[in-house]
Ligand binder design. Structure first.
Ligand code: MF3
Ligand code: CO
Ligand code: CO
Length: 255
């Protein structure tokens, strides 16, 4: 299946799904405190998705994933499985939510501080967020995806951080993961050229140490090989006629 250009009807539904995903991250924020378990956060998000949003949590049963959100703590890079382990003061945790509403997906994630993280922990979150913002601000018709990947990589490496290469952003719509792959590293002038109506995510994973990762025996949780800290932020984006619309940004919120 090649890259789909969304119709105005598709886009209206993508907007709704994107706003629901964003509202979920806003809803869960006050619960992310020392002593809460990631399973408790999962259950709150699950119930909210089903009962309040009347939507579907896309991760649940996706290729066998056992929970409704991903929670990735400290050296976990992505796809962390919620568990009965408590968050503790100083942790950083990425919460990644994806909802399906009326057949369309909205996918977004951000880092939360548990109590008071170290300067290093806060720094990796800042750099990862800057990488996402740099990518978003480049999105417009005519630009190559390689231009975006190269700019994200350059910013991470200029800050002595590294970009994970095994996982990437993705087209999104009726499917959770569609074409194209959106690499967070690369060479300017390469890759596909963006066109109005494309919808995809940017979701850089940035490590304080080396870029290498491994998957834990649970088959899902991705961690840094050198156990360095990792951070990730994600938005779902629409290429408009003259730039970008951030489908998972709530009115008045920052990126
Ligand atoms: N939300 C993740 C992404 O940004 C994918 C999670 S897949 C799961 O693409 F199965 F782990 F939930
Ligand atoms: Co995604
Ligand atoms: Co996601």
């Amino acid at each position: 299946m090649s890259i789909q250009i969304k119709t105005p009807e598709d886009i209206e539904k993508m907007r709704i799904a994107g706003q629901l995903a964003a509202e979920q991250l806003r809803m869960i924020a006050p619960y992310v405190k020392p002593g809460v378990t990631t399973n408790e956060l999962n259950d709150i998000c699950h119930d909210y998705t089903i009962n309040v949003q009347q939507a579907i949590p896309a991760p649940l049963d996706y290729h066998g994933f056992p929970k409704s959100i991903c929670t990735s703590v400290n050296q976990q890079v992505c796809h962390g499985i919620p568990s009965d382990k408590k968050l503790k003061n100083g942790d950083i945790v990425n919460i990644d939510v994806t909802v399906i509403k009326d057949g369309y997906h909205g996918d977004t994630s951000k880092m939360f501080f548990v109590g008071e993280p170290s300067i290093m922990a806060r720094r990796i979150c800042r750099v990862a967020h800057e990488c996402l913002v740099i990518g978003i601000e480049m999105v417009r018709p005519g630009i190559h995806l390689g231009d975006i990947g190269a700019a994200i990589q350059k910013h991470a490496e200029a800050n002595n951080c590294s970009i994970v290469r095994e996982y990437c952003g993705h087209g999104i719509g009726k499917q959770f993961h569609e074409e194209p792959q959106v690499l967070h590293y690369g060479v300017p002038g390469t890759g596909i050229i963006l066109e109005p109506g494309m919808t995809f995510t940017i979701e850089p994973m940035v490590n304080t140490g080396k870029r290498q990762v491994k998957v834990l025996p649970d088959g899902w949780t991705v961690v840094t090989k050198d156990r360095s800290l990792s951070a990730q932020y994600e938005h779902t984006l629409l290429v408009t006629d003259d730039g970008v619309e951030v489908l998972t940004r709530l009115p008045g919120d920052d990126l």
